[in-house]
Design a protein around this ligand. Structure first.
Ligand code: ADP
Ligand code: MG
Length: 681
């Protein structure tokens, strides 16, 4: 008997080659396959009559084959099969490209369920390369609901269907249900085994919706239970008490080169209260890009140092760490506080010296990547930890930190603002402070979404900005194997250099050595380059005030919040800044999404629109919050259900904090929170 622990290689029809591709989708075992949900469904039970066909799109049509399929050769090696189908409302042309066998599979006079794309080609409307399924006589409800799985090049829907089928067959009869029965009854949710079967092989649309609702509830409930437990566990931990708060903050304001915003003052006030409370702080600072989160973090570092403790400031990349060190060192030096940079790419001698300073306590504020708290770096007396850019700093890491001997105060800073209701759930274990105000004098970034037809004008515009003394970022998406229509950063840089031979163009991408990356970034910041062509390594936090134009290639490939982040790289200086998104010619959806960014510069609004726009198709997508994998939960439309899940989790844990009476639930919560190690990059 196969079990769910079995490797997918042993599924019939899956060889080593397919197995390798499946592993790309994180499917190693049958259990992984079971937990890889469809990203969408094609409901082929909803039939459309030929006369009712409207816009181009995919349709299920019940029709009779009217004419003998004709096979013709159109070009070298290309065949075209043509025929006509009809129902009681009309007839429709059908074509199959490069599929001569299609002709052999259908018979004139027989009724089929056709499923495929309907296209208007000039005057003629046709159904292109449909699948045809014979309808048996007397079958009044032909068609199924067909799951659509996430794929990677080389895999087909059939491959995915095959492994999930094998996984469903391998499910033991006594499949444990993590949801307590009372909750299932209260919310009318199917049990776990039925729901899994219906997710992968729904019989009816209602089945599928019920199953999905259950999975959403389950996932949110597990999440809320886990976060709630984390929070409870911390409540009993004794925190370091920081003193001299008003003196320190006063001195801190004095040495800032600008007036803090009211939002910064308020956030720092909340942090001070936390740090004096006797419990370890666990606070998230949410603020739009450019709202000045670094200053808030610096205040915490100063507070720790003035109280005789060290602070660790973690950035997601080495470039950012270096940049934070450059900003904080002179600022904190005015208070007599020393800052030390510690990165993996430092020379051995330099690194040894830095490590020694950290261990002796000579380094008061230590700035680096996440490696700071991971790899045997010993602090003399760690009192505060700052994690910049929350989405890379997962729940598991928050938990690991809290478990450290002397529980330091933790401040996480997120640049992806989300609506408050959502924040309360996603960051259920944290207190949230919001920077809802930008420093004065910021001009909104003028944003345009353009298509390829604007290419030459944009190149000229780039040239003009440089002539006026500005600098330009050009961001390209990561290019995966086989994606030939996208330009790599390197190639794009070469093309730009060719078009603008008198300008200095640099490239920055993920495969470069850190030292090289840093060198390029520094040179760009120093004005030694005019144009920086980069992949999204520059996404977070880079601060070059003289840069005033951001161009994003293939912007339709990025999430809205990510694009907003990228836009935040400009508009930091006095110059009028611009942001140009290529990709507006990639269809209506792309254009509409990009338009949202043209209309608003407010990150919270962008996030709201982004969440609302990810329709059902994306419900099952994997995403990154640094939180446990939310396979199912749609964070915008499930707010109501989220609220319920949260209340129920709180109630259950209040009665049974260790979940002693719910072993299946306990086990799943643990697994959920252990899984996401990789988000900690
Ligand atoms: P983010 O919130 O995106 O991390 P930063 O902390 O990098 O923003 O700040 C963006 C820029 O704004 C920096 O150049 C910083 O020096 C500047 N800044 C921060 N606070 C203020 C303020 N109160 N007044 C003027 N400029 C500020
Ligand atoms: Mg920042």
């Amino acid at each position: 008997m196969p079990t769910l622990e079995d490797n997918i290689r042993f599924v019939k029809g899956v060889g080593p080659k397919k197995a390798a591709l499946l592993e790309k989708l994180h499917i190693h075992t049958l259990l992984d396959a079971l937990e890889t949900y469809p990203r969408d469904y094609e409901d082929r039970t909803v039939l459309t009559r030929i006369a009712d066909l409207a816009d181009d799109g995919k349709y299920a049509i019940r029709a009779v084959l009217g004419t003998e399929p004709k096979v013709s050769r159109i070009r070298k090696g290309m065949t075209l099969v043509k025929c006509t189908i009809f129902d009681e409302t009309g007839s429709l042309a059908v074509t199959w490209f490069n599929n001569p066998y299609a002709a052999a599979l259908v018979r004139v006079g027989q009724e089929y369920l056709f499923y495929g794309r309907v296209q208007q080609n000039g005057r003629v409307r046709m159904l292109v390369s449909p699948q045809a399924e014979k309808i048996e006589e007397g079958d009044d409800h032909p068609g199924h609901i067909v799951p659509v799985y996430p794929l990677t090049a080389g895999l087909t829907q059939r491959d995915l269907a095959r492994v999930t089928e094998a996984a469903l067959d391998a499910m033991p009869g006594d499949w444990p249900d993590p949801l307590p029965e009372v909750l299932r009854a209260r919310y009318g949710l199917p049990d776990a085994a039925d729901a899994l079967a219906a997710i992968h092989r729904p019989q009816t649309a209602q089945d599928m919706r019920d199953a999905r609702r259950r999975m959403v509830f389950e996932e949110l409930f597990l999440l809320c239970c886990g976060l709630q437990q984390l929070k409870e566990r911390r409540k009993v931990v004794k925190g370091i008490v920081f003193n001299r708060i008003s003196q320190v903050t006063w001195d801190f304001w004095e040495c800032l080169p600008f007036m803090p915003t009211n939002a910064q003052i308020k956030a720092i006030g909340e942090i001070c209260e936390d740090c004096a409370s006797g419990r370890p702080m666990n606070r998230l600072v949410q603020g739009d890009v450019g709202s000045g989160k670094t200053v808030v973090a610096a205040a915490l570092c100063a507070l720790a140092a003035q109280n005789g403790y060290q602070a660790a400031f973690m950035a997601p990349t080495e470039i950012l760490a270096a940049q934070h060190a450059e900003t904080l060192s002179p600022l904190l030096a005015k208070l007599g506080i020393t800052c030390t940079l510690l990165t993996g790419s430092m020379g051995a001698a330099q690194r040894r010296a830095a490590l020694a300073a950290v261990e002796s306590g000579g380094a008061q504020v230590v700035i680096g990547t996440h490696a700071l708290i991971q790899q045997g770096v010993t602090f003399h007396r760690l009192g505060a930890v700052v994690a910049d850019e929350q989405h890379r700093f997962g729940v598991a890491q928050r938990a690991a930190l809290a478990a450290k001997g002397e529980a330091p105060h933790v401040l996480v800073m997120s640049a992806t603002p989300i609506p408050r209701t959502l924040a309360l759930i996603l960051y259920g274990d944290l207190d949230v402070a919001v920077l809802d105000e930008l420093p004065p004098g910021r001009q909104p970034v003028a944003t345009y979404a353009v298509g390829e037809n604007m290419r030459r004008r944009i190149t000229a515009f780039i040239d003009k900005q440089i002539a006026d003394g500005g600098q330009v970022y050009v961001v390209c998406p990561l290019v995966e194997e086989g994606e030939t229509d996208l330009k790599s950063a390197e190639q794009h840089a070469a093309d730009l250099q060719h078009d603008l031979p008198h300008r200095r163009v640099a490239v920055l991408h993920g495969r470069m050595k850190s030292a090289d990356k840093e060198h390029v970034m520094q040179a760009f910041a120093a004005g030694e380059y005019d144009i920086l062509v980069a992949t999204t390594v520059i996404e977070v936090g880079v601060d070059v005030p003289n840069a005033n134009l951001m161009v994003v290639e293939d912007a339709d490939r990025f999430g809205l919040s990510q694009l907003h982040q990228l836009r935040g790289r400009v508009g930091r200086g006095k110059r009028q800044s611009y942001c140009i998104f290529f990709g507006a010619d990639k269809g209506q959806t792309a254009r509409e999404r990009l338009k949202i960014l043209c209309k608003t510069n407010d990150g919270f609004e962008v996030a709201r629109a982004d969440l609302a726009q990810r329709g059902p198709g994306d419900f099952f997508g994997r995403r990154q919050h640094g939180l446990p994998a939310l396979h199912v939960a749609d964070l915008a439309s499930d707010l109501e259900l989220m609220q319920r899940a949260r209340e129920e989790a709180e109630a259950l844990l209040a009665a049974d904090p260790q979940l002693a009476g719910y072993p299946a639930l306990r086990e799943r919560v643990q697994r959920m929170f252990a899984e996401r190690e990789e988000t900690f990059n």
